[in-house]
Design a protein around this ligand. Sequence first.
Ligand code: SF4
Length: 330
Amino acid sequence: MDYRILSEKAIAGEALSREEARAVLETPDDRVLELLDAAYAVRHKFFGRKVRLQMLQNAKSGACQEDCGYCSQSAVSTADIKKYGLLKKSQMVEAAKRAAASKAIRYCIVISGRGPLDREISEISEAVREIKGSVPVQVCCSLGLLTEDDARRLKAAGVDRINHNLNASERFHPQMVTTHTYQDRLTTIGNARAAGLEICSGGIAGMGETDEDLIDLALSLREVRPDSIPMNFLHPAEGTPMEGRKHLTPQRCLKVLCLFRFLHPRTELRVAGGREFNLRSLQALALYPADSLFVGGYLTTPGMPAAEAWKMIEDLGFEVDTVGAPVPVE
Ligand code: SF4
């Protein structure tokens, strides 16, 4: 495989064939640098050397009734995590200020649960109004399943973007969760888009899915056309149904990111949850295909502090994007 052919196709806006996508995931470990070089050509074309930072706040933790096998907050998890109800408005606003001080371009309010209560939408909306009036940060919300009315209320409050991940291929989805369907996810994404919200939707690698599942997920996301794709790597927390699934290597994570870069050349691609746990000493290399990362931790696990991420980015010769403007395409 000549990986440069894949960069040329991606830059020209052509989708990889299934065979080419398979070849990316089957890249021998001693050719990963060649693969990264090809993916970087695409990333550089559309995003230059900029890296967008994002920070999230778990605004309501644990006690969820859903059974997502990867999640330590689910009804079937016995993981030892903090559990609390919706944070106060002042706490959500303070966290947004911390995100801005961390040079995060976007702050994401996340709550556990199948979907938000009416009261929760109202309280989150109030917090978002205050954030948008006083903190220089974009706001994303990840609140579970949404009706179109929920989405419109959030949009009216100033929310910029909704995160709702497909997470897996349609085929693998029932092995991951049984309390909601793949179609429920698509419906929520459609409702958010109908309300005029930007869409963030990605997936999780390492749950036991096949290469074909990952390729299907990447292709399904081409139909969704999200504004950003968070690629998570399973952190198999003790007490969750997926605790024994340690399938990932750092090289495997890099190959997955390259696949998503080739199939989503112009889309913000975030190396998301599980980065520190799975990529370990190779984390910096993830920024050759990806142009975005989280700082300051995840929902129930700690992550790299912002200052360390800034240093990693500087050491790579990249720069933190504090504006979020698209790189002009020649
Ligand atoms: S991912 Fe969300 S919906 Fe699924 S179990 Fe966790 S908190 Fe509940």
